[in-house]
Design a protein around this ligand. Structure first.
Ligand code: 5GP
Length: 211
């Protein structure tokens, strides 16, 4: 039986560098896969439907949530974002560690539901860096940048509720830390419980003299 993959919840304020860190991490860790969310936000330049997000209407989003098709969802900065259940379940069943790149409200919903997951929060090295990164992005209006900075403060106030905080100062170091966190999560007693139970079951049926 394939051991189900981990569910990894990855959050951080807009501008912390989540996409860059994840891209590098996924390139180096083929046993992990990124879940593709659904959103009602319009695609940004270069974004591809089905790759970056499933871009859907509010009506469709409402239908999917009503049918219980979303693992979690949240309203963020004027739009809905949600994690379709099917892809996550299918990938985990095949042994892939699935990463949800989601904002804090959705992450906390997963925690409240008691779903076993590893919660990682990506921090910028400083407030100044975060502001600069957002201002340099040129994908949002100044109003939107200010709004995202306000949200960033609220999100960072919840960082202590996560299991791990990784700082995105140096990309190499940050990716190595992510790898270490995932390796540690795979050694958690809860995650390895089935193996321990299997060995103990065998201990009762296979005698010391058996080969
Ligand atoms: P953006 O519009 O910049 O792509 O994403 C805005 C925020 O929505 C980011 O913090 C991102 O992590 C979050 N987000 C993306 N997909 C999901 C999702 O499926 N659920 C939730 N709760 N947040 C999401």
């Amino acid at each position: 039986m394939t051991k189900p993959g981990l569910l990894i919840v990855f959050s951080g304020p807009s501008g912390a560098g989540k996409d860059t860190v994840l891209k590098r991490f996924l390139d180096e860790n083929p046993d992990c896969a990124l879940s593709v969310s659904a959103t009602t936000r319009a695609p940004r330049e270069g974004e591809v439907d089905g790759e970056n997000y499933f871009f859907i209407t509010r009506e469709r989003f409402g239908e999917l949530t009503a049918m219980g098709e979303m693992l979690e969802y949240a309203y963020y900065n004027g739009n809905y974002y949600g994690t379709p259940k099917d892809m996550v379940e299918e990938q985990r069943a095949r042994g892939k560690n699935v990463i949800l790149e989601i904002e804090v409200q959705g992450a906390l919903k997963i925690k409240e539901m008691g779903i076993d997951a590893v919660f990682i929060f990506l921090m910028p090295p400083s407030w100044k860096t975060l502001k600069q990164r957002l201002a340099n992005r040129n994908t949002d209006s100044p109003w939107n940048v200010a709004e995202r900075l306000n949200i960033a403060v609220t999100e960072m106030e919840s960082a202590h509720l996560y299991d791990y905080i990784v700082v995105n100062d140096d990309l190499d170091a940050c990716t190595a830390q992510m790898k270490a966190v995932v390796a540690a999560a795979q050694c958690r007693a809860e995650y390895c419980r089935e193996l321990v139970e299997e060995v103990l079951r065998d201990a009762q049926t296979i005698h010391v003299s058996d080969n």
